[in-house]
Design a protein around this ligand. Structure first.
Ligand SMILES: Cc1cc2nc3c(=O)[nH]c(=O)nc-3n(C[C@H](O)[C@H](O)[C@H](O)COP(=O)(O)OP(=O)(O)OC[C@H]3O[C@@H](n4cnc5c(N)ncnc54)[C@H](O)[C@@H]3O)c2cc1C
Ligand SMILES: NC(=O)c1ccc[n+]([C@@H]2O[C@H](COP(=O)([O-])OP(=O)(O)OC[C@H]3O[C@@H](n4cnc5c(N)ncnc54)[C@H](OP(=O)(O)O)[C@@H]3O)[C@@H](O)[C@H]2O)c1
Length: 258
């Protein structure tokens, strides 16, 4: 098999950004032939010292128009993949499968006015990609980004989120975004306190957004912790909001990270 026939391409690490002891982002070069839709993921491979390669799914956090690829990662203590990934340095090799996957994409929704993006932990990544593109701002009138972490030190990407709407191509859409950071294990000014599920129950999320989350107008993307996703889906079902399928477009799209 020649290199060009392989299912993956070999990319180089361009930069590493630590956010906390257990969170970091990395940027790598991008094969010119690698195309993806915002919200999708790729399978990444790292070579281990014993010569084997370990693969895991990672959402692209970078925009579809960026020349590089960016990924936002946790470090799982003793985790087979993240133990290796977190050791990589600028210039090291990262394998990226040629084929992107995933349905946490805007084309899951046939209509809708308001888009609610609910993320726990690294589940923020696909939403960063979506928000940096143009399509979402043209399709939805109001967008609410809800990002839940344990503590303020684990809220990554705050500079990007705060400066996003100052980008030339997004300035006209600045009024459309509401950003709601949530902390569960400490309190801080500017952040809501509690889990997404709790604040859905109490109505605080809707109150903070300034409008209601209801089936007619709202479309909801949820990403991260699988239990959080299940718990959110249970609540949304009670409001007649269901998983959107290509044969039956509805209100909800999800990506479980484990
Ligand atoms: C579609 C998809 C997209 C993904 N995108 C990302 C991403 O963008 N960033 C990312 O960090 N991970 C992402 N993951 C998870 C990732 O594939 C790996 O599970 C993660 O890198 C840990 O690998 P590991 O071998 O070190 O541990 P694993 O053996 O894979 O996982 C061990 C345990 O660690 C916990 N865990 C795994 N991933 C996470 C996480 N992201 N946050 C919190 N706890 C976790 C779970 O309890 C899991 O059972 C994604 C997974 C899927 C299925
Ligand atoms: N974050 C760390 O400091 C840290 C350090 C080392 C290892 N780890 C390990 O890494 C794994 C993941 O850590 P993580 O903090 O990135 O991800 P996480 O456990 O998914 O937590 C991220 C956020 O989601 C919330 N959440 C968890 N389950 C939920 C549910 N069912 N419904 C609603 N919200 C929910 C958490 O709230 P709660 O705070 O209420 O759970 C937290 O605010 C864990 O196994 C952890 O032991 C984490």
């Amino acid at each position: 098999m020649t290199v060009s026939d392989e299912k993956f391409t070999r990319q180089r690490l361009l930069s590493v950004q630590p956010w906390s002891d257990t969170l970091f982002s990395l940027r790598c070069s991008r094969d010119p032939g690698f195309r993806f839709s915002a919200g999708q993921f790729a399978r990444l491979g790292v070579r281990k010292a014993d010569g084997t390669t370990v693969w895991r799914a990672y959402s692209m956090a970078s925009a579809t128009h960026d020349e590089f690829l960016e990924f936002f990662s946790i470090v799982v203590p003793g985790g087979e993949f993240t133990s290796e990934l977190s050791r990589l340095a600028v210039g090291d090799e990262l394998l990226v499968e040629r084929q992107p996957f995933g349905f946490l994409t805007l084309d899951r929704f046939a209509d809708g006015n308001d888009l609610w993006l609910l993320a726990s932990g690294t589940g923020l990544a696909p939403f960063l990609s979506i928000l940096q593109g143009q399509e979402v701002w043209q399709r939805f009138r109001r967008i609410v980004l809800v990002y839940c972490a344990r503590s303020a030190s684990e809220l990554a990407y705050q500079p990007l989120i705060k400066q996003l709407m100052q980008r030339d191509y997004l300035q006209q859409h600045a009024q459309q975004l509401t950003y709601l950071p949530l902390l569960t294990r400490e309190q801080q000014a500017g952040c809501l306190h509690g889990r997404i599920t709790t604040l859905l129950d109490t109505g605080e999320l809707e109150q903070a957004a300034g409008f209601s989350l209801e089936a007619l107008n709202a479309r909801v993307m949820i990403c991260g912790n699988p239990q959080m996703i299940d718990d959110c889906r249970t609540r949304l079902k009670q409001h007649d909001m269901h998983l959107s399928l290509s044969r039956r477009p509805a209100q909800v799209a999800v990506e479980n990270y484990w």
